[in-house]
Design a protein around this ligand. Structure first.
Ligand code: BEZ
Ligand code: FE
Length: 283
């Protein structure tokens, strides 16, 4: 680097910072950090950030960090609401056409949910409208996949996950793991999921309000589908007709993931949602 840009100037700010990187820096780290500095400086220059605005940003990030603990991850909510989680997911989970699309995992998945036989009811609190979830897990030729694990979770009828109300809901309410047989089919009972707001009592909620955005997610059932020899799918099915489908606070909706929700009269079951999962061969 020439002497002219050894000192920091507005015009050469990017070079001044990136030139400090040591030659032994890991190649990927160097690529990522050089690009981050380039785009961050371009942003600051583009909006001509004021001292007050920069101070506010530092305070916002500090409050975001203070909001985090083992049950609450405000930075993930920030990433989700800025569309970054969905963008990283899209880049890293490109699927061939016809294969089921991925979407965000969200903060409410739990390892170790109960394993149930097909047909079991995952709703343990007795609330909500009963719904049968059914379909098949198949490969891209439409052939059934035996031994696929289907890990499901959703909110209760009041719009809260069990982990948000540990003193109110039974543990593992509206969660379960099912394994497909030779025909690749699955069916289980739960409730018709309801729309709910993402946690909005922290800095991210304030940001959404300042931007005139609502915090709501359309009603959905989460699915994590795994099978030996296939790429895992982290996805949700969305309830057709939900009022928030086109304005999901975390941008998780894809047209291909909207599942039918049909009224049925079958004992205590009022609804049926059908969705087939199409897995891609690993590698
Ligand atoms: C969820 O669907 O559980 C979720 C996803 C992103 C942020 C908050 C909740
Ligand atoms: Fe959810």
């Amino acid at each position: 680097m020439s002497d002219a840009i050894d000192y920091f100037t507005e015009a050469h700010s990017v070079d001044a910072v990136n030139a400090r990187m040591g030659s032994e820096t890991d190649a990927r780290l160097a690529t990522v950090m050089a690009s981050l500095v380039k785009h961050l400086h371009a942003f600051v220059k583009d909006v001509e950030l004021t001292q007050d605005e920069w101070g506010f940003a530092i305070d916002f990030l500090t409050r975001t960090g203070h909001m985090c603990d083992e049950n609450r991850q405000e930075f993930i909510l920030l990433s989700d609401t800025l569309g970054v989680s969905m963008l990283v997911d899209a880049i890293n989970n490109r699927r061939p056409s016809g294969a089921t699309e991925n979407t965000v995992l969200g903060p409410f998945h739990l390892d170790g949910a109960p394993t149930y036989p097909m047909g079991a009811n995952i709703s343990l609190d007795g609330k909500g409208e009963r719904c049968l979830f059914e379909g098949r897990v198949v490969d891209r030729n439409g052939d059934p996949i035996e031994g696929a694990k289907i890990d499901v979770w959703c909110d209760n009828a009041d719009g809260f996950y069990d982990v948000q109300q540990p003193d109110v809901q039974p543990a593992f309410n509206n969660r379960g793991v099912f394994t497909t047989g030779a025909d690749g089919s699955y069916h289980f009972k739960g409730i018709r999921p309801v729309a709910y707001p993402i946690p909005d009592d922290g800095p991210v909620g304030k940001m959404l309000a300042a931007l005139g955005r609502h915090p709501n997610r359309p009603a959905h059932m989460h699915f994590l589908v795994t099978a030996p020899g296939y790429e895992q799918i982290v996805t949700h099915t969305f309830v057709a007709g939900d009022e928030w489908l086109t304005s999901d606070a975390v941008f998780g909706v894809k047209a291909s993931l909207i599942a039918s929700m049909k009224p049925v009269e079958d004992g205590d079951t009022q609804w049926k949602s059908t969705f087939d999962f199409v897995l891609t061969e690993a590698g």
